[in-house]
Each structure stands twice: as structure tokens, then as C-alpha cells.
Design a protein around this ligand. Structure first.
Ligand SMILES: Cc1cc2nc3c(=O)[nH]c(=O)nc-3n(C[C@H](O)[C@H](O)[C@H](O)COP(=O)(O)OP(=O)(O)OC[C@H]3O[C@@H](n4cnc5c(N)ncnc54)[C@H](O)[C@@H]3O)c2cc1C
Length: 407
């Protein structure tokens, strides 16, 4: 097939979904992907179980473009549509306590197989490895080429993803295509849902493997709270991971662009403020700091906290000098973490930044600057929280693009 009705570049979650729905509409569809094997991200997602979507999805769980624009896309293909689509191909989804939806098989492979079967059923042709190296325009058609040759099509769906996990095939070249075709991709393309790095000598690095529920608070240089997340926080040999750290990482990075004074604080007793936690300590004069903290936190972490506060873990709380007690309070409730950086695209789950939705007609996902071009999935300036939100974005934007009638 060298001149299909619809040419999809990138056969990941969004591209496959768009191809399926364009095929269902009766179009001849060719999808090209540069990877040696298809669906790498679907297969590794959710620890190999693929967190397909979330029980409750709305624009509040996303960042990037305007919430209004994100909502318009999400409501065209919602969670029940996702559940129904996969059920049609024999993949039943189950809801876990966190609200995340996974296939009952607990195998990402069943999700990818369902997508490939759906594509085959409507005659979508998928060619890989076919890395696209250039996209141009000749007469009324897009011309897409690589070492393998050239294909032309009147309609092009760009679904090349972002830059997260580049070895999966999404290495950011798609942004160049978008620029060449007339779109503005901001220069703020950064890893998101990415682990955070603490200084080499930070005592938390000794706590590798410990996970606790915690609140991370992002503050501006002036002390204003910009964002908070409460979830599991995992200490690692390099710093912090787990959903709490991953969720806040993009907000930390975004705030830092304009305000170098931005800082991240950790509250290990999220039901407390400094004042209420201090009162609790004052009310237990006979307890030791270690015994008190150990009631809620792992002992290794408690010892590090006492050490950071500069106090003897086995002293009586009632005998501690006021300043020492206050230091413990700050260490547990408002300690700035001194995050130095993030682990980069290789360890990120998604990309912050991309083509802004204001350059897209949201009824069809068609470009406002280049008729016949549609953009979907992670290449757009939309990134979601941990929990299935990013796939839901891929399904919704892919559905709209694939089922749109474009002349
Ligand atoms: C480790 C990991 C775990 C994740 N887990 C989850 C999860 O459980 N739930 C969730 O919702 N989200 C998860 N995500 C995020 C989710 O995988 C992505 O948001 C989603 O896959 C984006 O879909 P996409 O189709 O836009 O891009 P991608 O899935 O990245 O697909 C883009 C495709 O385009 C191809 N491509 C790129 N450039 C070219 C080119 N020049 N020529 C040809 N082909 C090209 C690539 O090979 C790739 O197949 C995870 C991500 C990672 C990295």
C-alpha cells in the first residue's frame, strides 16, 4: 500500500486506536512504526500489567494545555467507552482499590493483542520497522519517507509520542515533524512522571527500598503552595520514586523554569501541621523520639529523621531542648528535600510539553495550520498523572482523529 487514504505515523497506543477507528470508517489505512517490535510501551506499562485507564478521569488529572481543551477531548471517548471497546475484543477490565483499571488477565499482552486484532479486522496495514525520517508536502498529499522508501497520503495522523523511554521508539523526532509542518512546539520539553534525584550525601539515600505514604508539597520561592500530592513515596539509592514523587515531578520542573527558588517539602505525618505535630510531641514527654515516630514509620527512617534533626533518638521528648524538638518537627513536616534533578527521559513515563491544543481543532484533532494533518497522543502538550490517565488520553484523542471525516 503506497497511497492509502489515511497514513498513521507511529503505531503506539494513540496511533493504533486512530488507525482502528479510521478503518472502521471505511478508509484504507497504513500505519508505520520505527520500532523493531510493536507496542513496547503498552507491554511495559503498569509493570507489565498495563493500567489501561482509571475509574474516574477528568481534566484535573492532566497538565499542559488548558483544562477546557483537555476536557473537550476526554468527554468524546470516556472510561466506559474504553471498557466497552476492550470488552468487544475479549479483554475485561477490573478496577483496583486505587481506581486503576487493569485487564483481568494482569497481562499487558492481552491489551496489545486486542488492539492488533481490532486493527486487522478492519484491514489496517501495519508496517514495522519503518522509521520515518522526513515528512513533506507535494500537491495535495503528504509525502512520508525513510530508508525503506516513500508513501504519499492526503491525510496524515502524527502519533509519534513524546520522548519518554526513547528505546521504545519515541525519541522526539515527531516534534521536528510537527515544527516542519508549521506547529509551534515550545522549547520546554521535559521528562514527567519521573523519579527525583537527591544530593549524593543525602541521608534519605540510605533508605533504599522503604516506602511510606507521604505528602509532597511544592512551594514557590516566596513560600506559596503551588501543588501537593499525597500517595506512596519510595526511597531509592538515588532519591525518591513511587507515585507521590512521580506525580509531582512535572510540577516541580515546570515551576523551576521561572522560579529558581522553588522547593519541594515532605510531610511524613500529613494529617499534621508543624503546630499540631509539635503539640503531640509536647503531650508525650515520657516517650522517646524513636518510639514516638516508630508508631507510624519504619525504624530505619525514624533513626535517619532523628539524626537529621540532630537529636538522640532515645532521649525523653520532655527533656529535649525546645530547638531540638522544633528541629524534629520541621524534619518530619516541612523539611525541604533539596531535589537536584530528575532521572531523565530514560526513566520517565511521559513527556511534559509538546504541540499546544490551541493549534488543534478538537472536534477532529486536525491541525489548524496544516489541513489534512491530525495530531494525537503524547506529542500534544498534555500529560496525565500516574493511574491510567495517559492511556485514556491516547484512546480519546486517537478515537476522535480516527473517526473524524476530513475532506
Ligand atoms: C515505563 C512506562 C510505563 C507506563 N505505564 C503506563 C500505564 O500503566 N498507564 C498509562 O496510562 N500510561 C502509562 N505510560 C504512559 C503511556 O505509555 C504513554 O502516555 C502512551 O503510550 C502514549 O501513547 P502514544 O501513542 O502517544 O505514544 P507512544 O506509545 O510512545 O507511541 C509512539 C509510537 O511512534 C513510533 N515512532 C516514533 N517516532 C517515529 C518515527 N520517526 N517513525 C516511525 N515511528 C515512530 C514509536 O516507535 C512508538 O511506537 C507508561 C509509560 C512508560 C514509559
Amino acid at each position: 500500500m503506497t497511497s492509502p487514504d489515511v497514513l498513521v505515523v507511529g503505531a503506539g497506543a494513540a496511533g493504533l486506536f486512530a488507525a482502528i477507528h479510521a478503518g472502521r470508517n471505511g478508509a484504507s489505512v497504513l500505519a508505520l512504526d520505527g520500532a523493531r517490535s510493536l507496542g513496547a510501551k503498552i507491554l511495559v506499562a503498569g509493570g507489565g500489567r498495563c493500567n489501561v485507564t482509571h475509574d474516574f478521569v477528568d481534566e484535573a488529572s492532566y497538565a499542559g494545555s488548558s483544562p477546557n481543551a483537555i476536557r473537550k477531548v476526554l468527554r468524546r471517548f470516556d472510561v466506559s467507552d474504553t471498557v466497552e471497546f476492550f470488552a468487544e475484543y475479549g479483554v475485561t477490565l477490573k478496577r483496583e482499590d486505587t481506581g486503576k483499571l487493569f485487564p483481568t488477565t494482569d497481562r499487558a499482552r492481552t491489551v496489545l493483542d486486542a488492539l492488533l486484532r481490532a486493527a486487522e479486522e478492519v484491514g489496517v496495514v501495519i508496517k514495522f520497522p519503518r522509521r520515518v525520517e522526513a515528512i513533506g508536502h507535494r500537491e495535495e498529499s503528504f509525502v512520508v519517507s525513510g530508508e525503506w522508501g516513500e508513501v504519499t497520503a492526503p491525510r496524515l495522523i502524527l502519533a509519534t509520542g513524546g520522548q519518554a523511554l526513547p528505546k521504545s521508539g519515541s525519541d522526539g523526532l515527531g516534534y521536528e515533524f510537527a515544527r516542519t509542518l508549521g506547529h509551534s512546539v515550545g522549547d520546554q520539553i521535559h521528562p514527567a512522571l519521573v523519579p527525583l534525584i537527591l544530593p549524593g550525601d543525602h541521608p534519605f539515600r540510605e533508605l533504599s527500598g522503604i516506602a511510606v505514604p507521604a505528602r509532597l508539597v511544592l512551594r514557590s520561592g516566596t513560600g506559596k503552595i503551588l501543588k501537593t500530592f499525597f500517595d506512596d513515596l519510595l526511597f531509592t539509592h538515588f532519591g525518591l520514586s513511587g507515585p507521590c514523587a512521580l506525580d509531582i515531578s512535572r510540577y516541580w520542573r515546570a515551576a523551576l523554569i521561572d522560579d529558581p527558588g522553588t522547593r519541594l517539602e515532605m510531610n511524613l505525618f500529613p494529617e499534621h501541621t508543624e503546630a499540631t505535630f509539635d503539640k503531640v510531641l509536647l503531650d508525650s514527654p515520657h516517650a522517646t523520639p524513636l518510639a514516638h515516630l516508630k508508631a507510624e514509620l519504619p525504624e530505619r527512617l525514624c533513626r535517619v529523621l532523628c539524626d537529621m534533626a540532630g537529636l538522640d533518638p532515645s532521649a525523653r521528648l520532655g527533656q529535649l531542648p525546645r530547638e531540638a524538638r522544633k528541629a524534629l518537627v520541621r524534619t518530619c513536616i516541612t523539611a525541604p528535600l533539596g531535589v537536584e534533578g530528575d532521572r531523565g527521559f530514560t526513566h520517565a513515563e511521559v513527556t511534559m510539553g509538546g504541540v499546544p491544543l490551541k493549534e488543534i481543532r478538537l472536534e477532529t484533532m486536525e491541525s489548524r495550520v496544516r489541513p489534512g494533518l491530525q495530531l494525537i497522543g503524547e506529542i500534544l502538550d498534555v500529560d496525565g498523572r500516574i493511574g491510567g490517565y495517559n492511556f485514556q488520553w491516547a484512546w480519546a484523542s486517537g478515537f476522535i482523529a480516527g473517526s473524524a471525516r476530513i475532506d
